[in-house]
Design a protein around this ligand. Structure first.
Ligand code: NDP
Ligand code: MN
Length: 382
């Protein structure tokens, strides 16, 4: 027995934000966003205007920080409990949308604790108070269609991926005009996050006939469009926005692997953006996993037109192509080149490896791994 879950409605394309008008009949919308990018782009105003036009009262909660904290989640949930929205609209990158998903849980269930809900598939029933609309502004996390929300505990510098289909948004709006305002580096990092999602989903333990085509199509489209998107090509930006979402539908079900386990533990520790951590780790992770799933990597390589006579050669070609892609996107390939000193790395490697083993993404990695193995992969990426 297995389950495959998709979100309900996805509106996509240029100007898709107008589909917010479908919320007619709701009374109160809490709008959540990050710093200032959505304001600067005029998208926040647009959301407010459309909602006001259809008679929905709004309240804004802004300033959600990148890699949101538990404290921010509690603050937002308290604001929701005061305003009592029947619809939650999160617009921005993965951070504000993830934070809003966790706020939603504590809004509907003030009695819940973070300790409880961070256990996989332990989130109580939602939608008694509000439905959730996600409007992503970056093209990477796919949180608008996933069962995940990544929240950081800054007392330990550990990122916790909350996981439950209950927090999959009800409505995703992929307006391809919104990612057009992303700067180059953000485009590169979020794009490599999306590629890592697709590749990890294609080999992950819970992969299926449902998730495989989504993962492969995402990988192919990301290879086709990420570099042009990086250089600001409008169509390529749009294609990336859709491709990252396909990857999201794949990994929300197939789950991920140790690139994400390690990215979750090194991102906060070394203050490196999530997508950049994945970009650094992916080649070493493929190398490690190839022992058990080189045939799957070979399929990806063949699809991309890479050449080799054996699965091993094709896997190596895939690894080389990822390194090449990183280079073209201006991403430094190692932790060291990203400014992590040898001293800091050595000081934390044991702790990171031990925590990474416990990350929920480790259980779905195709090859088993212990702390020693994690240290080896990390060292290869240093
Ligand atoms: P963030 O949401 O962290 O945003 C990073 C920066 O990008 C912010 O400064 C933000 O500015 C800016 N920004 C966002 N959109 C635009 C835009 N269109 N134009 C200009 N600037 C913009 O980035 P990500 O989307 O990469 O999210 C990363 C987070 O998501 C991490 O915490 C990661 O762990 C998590 N994640 C979640 C997954 C899931 O399934 N839930 C999967 C993978 C990662 P401002 O604040 O001003 O808006
Ligand atoms: Mn990710």
């Amino acid at each position: 027995m297995a389950r495959f879950t998709l979100p309900r409605d996805i509106y996509y394309g240029s100007g898709a934000i107008d589909e917010l008008k479908n919320l007619k009949g709701y009374k109160k919308a809490m709008i959540l966003t990050g710093g200032s990018s959505m304001k600067r782009g005029g998208f926040l105003q647009k959301v407010e205007d459309i909602l006001h036009e259809i008679g929905v009262e709004t309240q804004l909660f802004e300033g959600i920080e990148p890699d949101p904290s538990i404290e921010t989640v509690f603050k937002g949930a308290a604001a929701m409990r005061k305003f009592l929205p029947d619809v939650i609209v999160a617009i921005g990158g993965g951070s504000p949308i993830d934070a809003a998903k966790a706020m939603w849980v504590f809004y509907e269930h003030p009695e819940a604790t973070f300790e409880e809900i961070k256990k996989p598939f332990n989130i109580p029933k939602l939608r008694n108070k509000a439905i959730f609309v996600a409007i992503p502004s970056t093209s990477g996390t796919a949180t608008e269609v996933t069962a995940f929300s990544v929240i950081t505990d800054y007392s330990t510098n550990i990122k916790y991926p909350l996981a439950d289909f209950e927090i999959t948004p009800d409505i995703a709006i992929l307006d391809t005009d919104i990612p057009l305002t992303m700067p180059k580096t953000l485009t590169a990092h979020t794009g490599m996050d999306a590629l890592t999602h697709a590749i990890e989903a294609y080999v992950a333990f819970a992969r299926s006939d449902f998730s495989d085509p989504l993962a492969l199509k995402a990988i192919s489209d990301i290879y086709d469009s990420l570099i042009d998107s990086y250089y600001g090509d409008k169509d390529a930006r749009g294609k990336m926005h859709i491709a990252q979402c396909l990857a999201g539908m794949a990994f929300s079900n197939a789950l991920l692997g140790i690139a994400h386990s390690l990215a979750h533990k090194t991102g906060a520790m070394f203050d490196i953006p999530h997508g950049c951590c994945n970009a650094i780790l992916l080649p070493s992770v493929i190398q490690y996993n190839a022992k058990v799933c080189a045939d799957r990597y070979a399929t990806i390589a063949r699809m991309l037109g890479l050449t080799g006579n054996t699965d091993k050669q094709l896997t190596d070609a895939l690894i080389d192509s990822i390194k090449e892609l990183n280079k073209k996107l201006g991403i430094a390939q190692t932790y060291k080149e990203n400014g992590v000193s040898e001293e800091l790395f050595k000081q934390h490697i044991d702790e990171i490896a031990a925590n990474a083993v416990l990350d929920p993404c480790t259980g779905s990695n195709p090859r088993k791994i212990d702390a020693e193995g994690m240290k080896k992969v990390l060292t290869c990426a240093y």
